[in-house]
Each structure stands twice: as structure tokens, then as C-alpha cells.
Design a protein around this ligand. Structure first.
Ligand code: HEC
Length: 137
């Protein structure tokens, strides 16, 4: 918990710095990520017809949209690798492949809990993994 607080503080401080440097007005109040995410596509979740993008937003967005806790954790990791902060968003990554995304979702990874087939069906995960992996296996 202490580590997470420190990470959130660092990311917040960094974000404030970015806005300060641009001399822009303070950002509008952000909506919580679970309210920003796309609605769950209608239809059979076992054979979804939703797009990978909207499924990712709905199923993963509460943590992986801007300011989500997954984004915060990954932003710190990417900064440590010398990358710009926007690489903390999974949708900006070019190094992910579908197999890796599926493995992380089903097994979890450090701060990320594993998600079961009720939370994300195999059909939904296929499309999400294809979307994040940009077609890479
Ligand atoms: C409850 C919050 C939460 C949800 C929901 C969540 N994630 Fe994560 N995810 C995280 C966190 C936190 C990390 C960073 C883990 C770490 O390294 O400590 C992470 C990391 C990842 C990584 C690893 C990235 C890397 O650089 O290795 C992938 C891939 C990923 N998530 C995909 C997904 C997908 C796809 C979904 C939806 C099906 C999802 N996540 C849902 C919190 C979440």
C-alpha cells in the first residue's frame, strides 16, 4: 500500500509538472475511470461481436484508461526504462503480442489480478489481445 501511495504521488507530481510546463489551464476534473470506459457491447459474451477497442475499454479500462491504477503503475515502469509517460497506456505499446496479453490476464502479474472467464470470456479476451497486440501473435 505504501509503495502504491508513493507511485501515485510520483505520477501525480509528474502530471502536474507537465501541465505547468505547457502553461495551460488546470485540467478539468477527471471522471473516475470506471465511468469513462465504453459500455459492454451487447450480445452473447461467449461469442462477442464487439470490437477489441471497446471490449478493452469496458473490461480493462477501470485500471488501464488514463489515470487508472494500472496506467499509474505502468507509467512508473516505462519512465524507469527511459520512455515517455504516455507509454504507460497499454494502447500506446507496440511491444505487446496477443499471447503475452492473454497470459497476463489469465495469470495476473504483480499488481494486476488475474481475471477469470466470467470477468473476461475467452471470446472477449481473443479480441482484446488481438487489439493490444496489433495483430501480433
Ligand atoms: C484491477 C486493475 C486491473 C485490471 C482490471 C486490469 N489490469 Fe492489467 N495491469 C494492472 C496493473 C496494476 C498492472 C501492472 C502490474 C505490475 O507490474 O505491477 C497491469 C499490467 C498489465 C499488463 C502487463 C504490461 C507489461 O508491461 O508487462 C498487461 C498486458 C495488462 N495489464 C493487460 C490487461 C488487460 C488486457 C486487461 C483487461 C482484460 C487488464 N489488464 C485489466 C491492473 C489491472
Amino acid at each position: 500500500m505504501k509503495r502504491l501511495s508513493v507511485i501515485v504521488l510520483v505520477v501525480t507530481a509528474f502530471a502536474q509538472n507537465v501541465f505547468a510546463e505547457e502553461g495551460a489551464a488546470p485540467p478539468p476534473m477527471m471522471m473516475p475511470t470506471y465511468q469513462m470506459r465504453a459500455p459492454l457491447p451487447e450480445g452473447d459474451r461467449l461469442e462477442t461481436t464487439g470490437s477489441g477497442e471497446e471490449l478493452f475499454s469496458n473490461r480493462c479500462g477501470s485500471c488501464h484508461l488514463p489515470f487508472g491504477m494500472g496506467t499509474n503503475v505502468l507509467t512508473v515502469q516505462r519512465l524507469a526504462l527511459g520512455e515517455p509517460p504516455e507509454m504507460g497506456l497499454l494502447t500506446n505499446r507496440e511491444d505487446l503480442g496477443a499471447a503475452y496479453v492473454k497470459a497476463v490476464v489469465r495469470n495476473g502479474k504483480v499488481g494486476m489480478p488475474r481475471l477469470n472467464r466470467v470477468e473476461v470470456t475467452d471470446s472477449e479476451l481473443e479480441r482484446i489481445a488481438d487489439f493490444l497486440g496489433r495483430g501480433k501473435p
